[in-house]
Design a protein around this ligand. Sequence first.
Ligand code: C2E
Ligand code: MG
Ligand code: MG
Ligand code: MG
Length: 282
Amino acid sequence: AAKRTAKSSVQFYSTALREASQKRMEMEASLRHAIEQGHFELYLQPILELESGQITKAEALIRWRLEDGSLVAPDDFIPLAEQTGLIVPLGKWVINRAGEMLKTIIQHKPSLKVSVNLSPRQFSDKNLVSFLKSVVDHCGIPAQNLELELTEGVLIDNFDKVQQLLNDVRKMGISVSIDDFGTGYSSLAYLQKLPIDHLKIDRSFVRDLDTNDSDRAIVLAVIAMAHSLKLGVIAEGVENRQQRQFLLDNQCDTAQGYLFSKPVPFDDFCQQLIVESSQNKH
Ligand code: C2E
Ligand code: MG
Ligand code: MG
Ligand code: MG
């Protein structure tokens, strides 16, 4: 009986695996198709300076628009894009689109920056720097208006290579943030050694700021460390006034979150900038 059970469970697993790999292949095919057809949209989420309440930056966040009009969130396709290498063409589309948006945005607000997320595979693409240069040239925008967001996972890969690449990116004038800071496993030593401009405190530390003493301690420590290394700090996932007040009281520089705005389509973001500038005049 034991033999039969073992055999049927093997069969069960192999069926489940076959179904999973079938599903993955279908998903990969539709992702490929969507890239060819351009079924993506780049949303922008405002990032505000806490002290002034002004929008100083926007994070570019990709969405996949299905034929039925619904949106797929990046967490549901970026990992597959990363595994299959499709992230490279997709990421190029994102950078290009961000450049085009900046071209319009800086006519309203010349100092505004747009940050773009890069996953590890994109970062190991040896054409990244020349691609960034071509976008900046083609769009006719200052490289200073563009920022890259990297997770700690990118940094532990190959330190010398990463350092060289970041130096090249920085030399162009593009700035660099470490995204989801505090959730990775990399050594803190890299913060000192790499040319980095900002740390983004992961939203898991911000969520329970009102009630959780250890989250508060971590956030304070990150702010203090960042400032002593001359880095800016961005808090992610700010959803209420108490969180904003705590961050403001403790010298966090900038913040992003649903309290201010969800990620929105380009036109809506421009509308927010227009409203802001009309308020500044009054
Ligand atoms: P991320 O870079 O850490 O982006 C922040 C995520 O937090 C976004 O999710 C944003 O919508 C969400 N968020 C912002 N404020 C709040 C808040 O107050 N509350 C809550 N609950 N969530 C908030 P989104 O857009 O679903 O993106 C998820 C992740 O997908 C991103 O995390 C990033 O790692 C990745 N991603 C998005 N766009 C791209 C892209 O163009 N390229 C690459 N490589 N990755 C991307
Ligand atoms: Mg990000
Ligand atoms: Mg993040
Ligand atoms: Mg994240």
